[in-house]
Design a protein around this ligand. Sequence first.
Ligand SMILES: CSC[C@H]1O[C@@H](n2cnc3c(O)ncnc32)[C@H](O)[C@@H]1O
Ligand code: ZN
Length: 439
Amino acid sequence: MATQIDTLVTARWIVPVEPENTVLEKSAIAINAGRIVDILPTDAALERYSAGETHELGDHVLIPGLVNTHTHAAMTLFRGMADDLPLMTWLQDHIWPAEQQWVAPGFVEDGTRLAIAEMLRGGTTCFNDMYFFPDHAAEVASAIGMRANVGLIVIDFPTPWAQNAGEYIHKGLEVNDRFRNDPLISCSFAPHAPYTVSDQPMRQLATYAEELNLQIHMHVHETAFEVDQAMEQHGQRPLGKLSAMNLLNERLLAVHMTQLDEAEMDLVAGYGVHVVHCPESNLKLASGFCPVDTLLARGVNVALGTDGAASNNDLDMLGEARTAAQIGKAIANDPSAVPAWQTLRMATINGAKALGLDADIGSLEIGKAADIVAVDLMQPATQPVYDPVSQLIYAASRQQVSDVWIAGKQLLRDSELTTIDQEQLITLAEDWRLKINQS
Ligand SMILES: CSC[C@H]1O[C@@H](n2cnc3c(O)ncnc32)[C@H](O)[C@@H]1O
Ligand SMILES: [Zn+2]
C-alpha cells in the first residue's frame, strides 16, 4: 500500500548539494510535515507514495533554497537613492541621514516585505539580516513563511531603534526571547563593524554569544580605508583587535573581508571564522576584492551575500553566485578557481553552516526541512544541458526560478507569489519613494 505524504515534487534533475558533486536524474522529493522524507527515482516514488499534491516539473532542476548570508532587507526602499559612491561617503552623507529620518517599524515592515518578495522570486529561502527593528523584520518574514536570521544590532550612535549600547543589547535580547520558538526565525548578534562599536559592548556580545549560543554577524575589513583608519587610531588592524577581544572563532560571520594579509588568512582559517563574500556590493562601492580562492584552499567556510539593495542594487543570489565565480577566477588569475559546484555550495550549505542551521537547511537530504527551489532550464538561455550546475551558475537568470517551498509550504507557484500581494507591494514601494523624494 502506498504511503501517504503531503507533497511529491518530481523533476528532470535534482542537485542535492550533499553529497558533493551529485546530480540525480528523473528523481523526486517526498515531503511530509515540512520535511524531506525521501529522495528517489520518480518511477519508484510514484509507486511508493500517495501525495496530497504532486508537482511534475519536467525540465527543471531542483536545488536547496539559496541562503543569502548578508542582507539589510528593508534597504530595498533606498534602492537607487545614492549610487556610484565610495562606502564612507555613501554611508555618512546619504544612508545614515536617510535612516535617521525614515527608519521606523512601518518602513522596516514594508521594506522587508519587498525584499522577501524579490528574494523568493530569485530562489532565496533564508536570509541573514542586519537592520533596525529586527522584531518587525522577523514578524514579516514569519507571516510570509520566509526563513530568516535577524541581527540583534549594535552601533555606537543613537538611532530610531535604540539610544545606546545598553539599550541595543537589551532590546536585542528581548527579540531573541520573543522568537525563540518560531521555527522560521533565528537570531544572531550583529555589531555593525569594528569602527562603529566600542570595545566594551563588543566584549559583552562575545560573552552573551557564548551563553546564548548565538552567532555574531559583523562587517569586517570591508575597505582599505577601514584598515588604515584603525592603524592610525589604534595602531592595530581591525582583525587584530577582534582577536584580542576573543571574537575570532566559529561564531563569527565576517562580512566582506576584502583586505586580508597572509597572516590574517591563516588566523581566520585557524579559528574557523566564517567569511561572507558580497562581490557585487564590493564591486559597486569599489571596496576591494575578497581572496575567495585562497580562503577556500585554506579550508575557510565562505558563504555568499548580496548586502543591501542600496549598495548592490539587487537581492539576486543566482546573479551574485555568477559574479562570485567570475571574479574569483579573475582574482586568482586561474579559470579553475571558484568552480560552479563550489559556488553553489557557497550559496547554499556554506551559508547554512555559517548560521549554524546546516542540520536543517542548505542541502536536500532526508530529514532536513523542505526548502526547495525549482529552476526551469527549458529556456533558450539554458539549453542544451550538459551539466545543470554549469547552467545554474553561468547561464540561468532568476526569472527562471519557477517554484519555491520553505518548510514544505509553497511560497512561489509557477512564478507567482502565494503569500504576498505583489501588486499592493509595488504600490507601497512607490508610496515610499514619493514620501522620501518630497522630503
Ligand atoms: C546597524 S543596522 C546596519 C547598518 O549597516 C549599514 N550598511 C549597509 N550596507 C553596509 C555596508 O556595506 N557596510 C557598512 N554598513 C552598511 C546600514 O545602512 C545600517 O546603517
Ligand atoms: Zn552590509
